[in-house]
Structures are given as structure tokens and as C-alpha cells.
Design a protein around this ligand. Structure first.
Ligand code: GLV
Length: 319
């Protein structure tokens, strides 16, 4: 039997491709620290039985047709909206992701943005770094306290639940909206309408699907409290960015913290001009620990499938 070829679409952090080499695969490693353009991806994946890809690469029917030996697409991300899963299933190609190992890192980053937005950390940083700070003033950059306020979580999966657990320490009341109520959830299930109207802070932790696209649009923003904050560490398309800019400009809501954008890496120019939004460059899982575990899990999935075993974390069953 010939040795399987595994294509790795871009430079990955430690442990890198070591687990794939140890498994004896022929590794086609595009060791470039940038997204792989579609034509290069087609060329890279053509002879591969396994594809190690990231959220920056689009895996569609055309790519799958150009790689007829492909048996597994291992995405190094928990979200997999970059992959046409139906096209993979049609061709018998397994799709895996990297859940669990990034839950805490992403929940922490959600809180970092929430706190930064609530306490106006971005504005404060800009003030101090630009030499415009003239000393302590009792009315300077007043933010909002969180104790006793209501945190509304849209998407009560593993990350949403981890965000909720952290809210206990901040003494916030937690409510959530999900496709369906989550058994055993400690927070109260509410309709989307109630989540929007009652929450002082709304965090988005749901996957990007046709159903969640623009769940936060102009109408939803108008339903929120004028003092409310919005935090998105899920995927950009959940929010209508143009509507958010208008809402932040017009005082429809008070502020936002964003880690993800509709057309990454492009950011709506209106957001860049606003002081009441904290902007991070898609850092949800960006800790040494989480990224190493994501690389290892994606490699473990490749090794399992290419040696005839079940993957550890399939996104869908092929049977
Ligand atoms: C990052 O955004 C991920 O989905 O893992």
C-alpha cells in the first residue's frame, strides 16, 4: 500500500507537522504564514489523502473534485463554515474539527472583550499611549459595572456554557437563547426577543449558519437597551456590520467588543473610527496551550482516518 499524502495549507504552530511525520505520512507542507489562495490550494491538495486546513481556506466541491484521493478534511478550528460539508459527505470525505480544546481560551477572550468594552480599556489605552492623559480625574472614562446586570448568551454550546460559568464570579444574572433549551443549563432559557430586550450584555457564541446570519441586524439592535453592550467571538456574519456601525454611531446601543468580522481580514471602515467598540484580530483560541492542542487534535484525526480508524472529532457521521 502506498504511503498517504497529507497536505497542510499554511504554517502551523508547535507541534507543527511532527505528528504527521511520526505517523510516516508524506507531508506537503506549505510553510507560509498566510492564507492559501484557491489555485495554490488545488495544486497542493491534488495528490492528498488528507487535508489539514484552517478557517482561512475554503474547501468546496471544486477543490474536492481536484483531489480525488481525499479521505479526510481536518479543520484546525471548531467552526467549519469554511467547508462545504454536504459536498464532502457526497464524496465520502470525512470532515473533522477541533472542539473542546479551545473552549476555555475562547471563553476567556469573550470575557476579555466584555470587560474591555464595559470598562473602556481601548479608549484608555489610546489616551495614555498618545500622551493625552493629564492625570486622574473623577469623571474620566466612566464605564459600566457588571454586578447584578444581565448577561445574555446567544448559543449555549460548550463555549457559551464556559462564558456562563465565568459570569458567576462577576455576580451577573445569565439568560440564554439557543436552537433548543440545553438540559441542565444553569442559566434561564428565553426567546431571542427576550434575550435582546432584557440583556445588559449580549455575547454571541453560536456557529455561522444560514439561520444565524445577521441575527443581530438593525431591528435586533433597535430592540436592545441603549446601555447594552454586544460581544462577538463567534463568526462575523452573525452581525450585520453596517447596521452595528449605525447603531454605535447613533447611540442605539452603548458599545461592542468584536473578535470576528463579516469579511475578514477586512473590517468595516466605520468600526475603525468609533471609540465605543473594542476590536481584536480573531484571537479567540490564540493561547499557546489551545493552539498546540488544536494542531495535535487535527493531526490525531488525520492519523486515525488514514489508518482506517474512526476520527476523534467528526463534525458529521458518514454512515
Ligand atoms: C476559531 O475561530 C475556531 O472556530 O476555532
Amino acid at each position: 500500500m502506498s504511503v498517504p499524502v497529507v497536505a497542510v495549507t499554511r504554517q502551523i504552530p508547535s507541534p507543527g507537522i511532527a505528528p504527521l511525520e511520526e505517523a510516516g505520512f508524506v507531508v506537503r507542507y506549505r510553510e507560509v504564514d498566510a492564507a492559501c489562495p484557491a489555485d495554490e490550494l488545488t495544486e497542493l491538495a491534488a495528490p492528498a489523502a488528507g487535508l489539514f486546513c484552517l478557517l482561512s481556506e475554503r474547501v468546496d466541491a471544486a477543490l474536492l473534485d481536484a483531489a480525488p484521493n481525499l479521505r479526510i478534511v481536518a479543520n484546525m478550528a471548531v467552526g467549519y463554515d469554511n467547508i462545504d460539508v454536504a459536498a464532502c459527505v457526497e464524496r465520502g470525505v470525512m470532515v473533522t474539527n477541533t472542539p473542546d480544546v479551545l473552549t476555555d481560551a475562547t471563553a476567556d477572550l469573550t470575557w476579555a472583550l466584555l470587560l474591555a468594552a464595559a470598562r473602556r480599556i481601548g479608549e484608555g489605552e489610546r489616551l495614555t499611549r498618545t500622551g493625552r492623559w493629564s492625570g486622574w480625574r473623577p469623571g474620566e472614562l466612566l464605564g459600566t459595572g457588571l454586578g447584578g446586570k444581565t448577561l445574555g448568551i446567544f448559543g449555549m454550546g460548550k463555549i457559551g456554557s464556559a462564558v456562563a460559568r465565568r459570569a458567576v464570579g462577576f455576580e451577573m444574572d445569565v439568560i440564554y437563547h439557543n436552537r433548543r433549551p440545553v438540559p441542565g443549563a444553569t442559566a434561564g432559557y428565553v426567546s431571542l426577543e427576550e434575550l435582546l430586550t432584557r440583556s445588559d450584555v449580549i455575547v454571541l457564541n453560536a456557529p455561522s449558519t444560514p439561520e444565524t446570519r445577521h441575527v443581530i441586524d438593525a431591528a435586533a439592535l433597535a430592540t436592545m437597551k441603549p446601555t447594552a453592550l454586544l460581544v462577538n467571538t463567534a463568526r462575523g456574519p452573525l452581525v450585520d456590520e453596517a447596521a452595528l456601525v449605525a447603531a454605535l454611531q447613533g447611540g442605539v446601543i452603548a458599545g461592542a467588543g468584536l473578535d470576528v468580522y463579516e469579511a475578514e481580514p477586512v473590517i468595516h471602515p466605520g468600526l475603525l473610527e468609533l471609540d465605543n467598540v473594542v476590536l481584536a484580530p480573531h484571537l479567540g483560541s490564540a493561547t499557546h496551550e489551545a493552539r498546540a492542542a488544536m494542531v495535535q487534535l487535527a493531526c490525531d484525526n488525520l492519523v486515525a482516518v488514514l489508518s482506517g480508524q474512526q476520527p476523534l472529532t467528526p463534525v458529521i457521521s458518514l454512515r
